[in-house]
Ligand binder design. Structure first.
Ligand code: UDP
Ligand code: MG
Length: 318
């Protein structure tokens, strides 16, 4: 294996008290088998159950454990950012706490990185325990992202990945507030490779995602990485205007030839509704980007740390 001396495994955890012990046991077995000097960095994303107490207990028995507790639930993207800021090892693995990403894959990720890759992301081959609707929506999301964005996000890829030091530094240098991590990971470039694996169903507990959160993440993903929707809005507006113009000409000619007694009400309604709809669509899209600009200009910190366990490097930012 190449130059990796130290490894940090970053685990964002939100209300994972039910699985965290099982997760740590499996992870520890994998880490015991490695020759690297390894650390586990848990980021408790403001859990309301006893996730933090469990993490503190793990730290008491396993010297590899480090932890951060955020001041509230900031979301997985911010939790990962917090973790990334507190890492100073040669290699970093990001993994979910719910055992959906098998820790046993870590040696294979290291192996692949040793072939000279800066980022090795794990790509799911099969999805167990997820409904066909979730499969369909996530498949369409990746396909849409691929078509819209200038920096394609690898398909069927979660956040489970290995990054070397320079890739971590590159991601850490991106301080935008609207963080679509998969997009940022792809945006940095360098040499990236994928490793295909089978994704398991969640071990215990329930997913923190619902369709509302997923839909919001999808909008964030599209609008953070592409201005194509603005162009769609312009084209829709133009097409709507042209169509209404043609229709108006037709109504005018018809009135000249045959006259138009009382009617005209349906025509008016159709045109007004259609144009109104097209305008609302365009305004909504513009609003998305304006809102994004607003959020960025506030320059707020991305998270606050409430508590920590073990020695951690100081974050370079803020
Ligand atoms: N997570 C987090 N903050 C949140 C939501 C989730 O840190 O606000 C963590 C969660 O504990 C887990 C990972 O992110 O380790 C993935 O979450 P989940 O399993 O709910 O998402 P899914 O696997 O369905 O994408
Ligand atoms: Mg999960």
């Amino acid at each position: 294996m190449t130059s990796f001396q130290t490894l940090t495994v970053l685990v964002p955890a939100y209300n994972e008290a039910e699985v965290i012990d099982a997760f740590h046991r499996r992870l520890a077995t994998v880490l015991d088998g490695l020759t690297l000097d390894s650390r586990v960095l848990y980021v408790d994303d403001g859990s309301r159950d006893d996730t933090w107490a469990r993490i503190v207990a793990l730290a008491a028995v396993d010297a590899r454990v480090r932890a951060l507790r955020l001041s509230r639930n900031f979301g997985k993207e911010a939790a990962m950012t917090a973790g990334l800021d507190h890492v100073d090892s040669d290699a970093l693995v990001v993994i979910d706490a719910d055992l959906q990403d098998p820790p046993e894959l870590i040696p294979a990720l290291l192996q692949r990185a040793a072939d000279g890759f800066d980022v090795v992301y794990a790509t799911r081959a099969r999805r167990d325990g997820e409904t066909w609707f979730k499969k369909l929506t996530s498949a369409s999301f990746y396909r849409a992202m691929e078509r819209l964005s200038n920096t394609p996000v690898p398909r069927d890829t979660g956040d489970f990945r290995l990054m070397n030091r320079r890739a971590v530094q590159a991601v850490n240098a991106l301080r935008e507030r609207q963080r679509f991590m998969k997009g940022l990971f792809a945006w940095i470039g360098y040499r990236q490779a994928s490793l295909v694996y089978d994704r398991d169903a969640r071990n215990a507990g329930t997913t923190k995602w619902n369709y509302w959160r997923l839909a919001n993440l999808a909008i964030e993903g599209v609008t953070s990485f592409s201005t194509a929707p603005l162009r769609v809005a312009s084209w829709t507006g133009l097409a709507a205007a042209l169509l209404s113009f043609a229709y108006a000409a037709w109504v005018f000619v018809k009135a000249l030839i045959w006259g138009d007694p009382v009617r005209g009400y349906p025509t008016l309604m159709v045109v007004i509704l259609f144009l109104g709809g097209a305008q609302l669509l365009a305004i909504g899209l513009i609003g998305e980007y304006v809102g994004r600009t607003y959020a960025e200009t506030k320059r707020r910190p991305l998270y606050y740390v409430e508590d920590r366990q073990g020695d951690l490097p100081l974050p370079p930012h803020e």
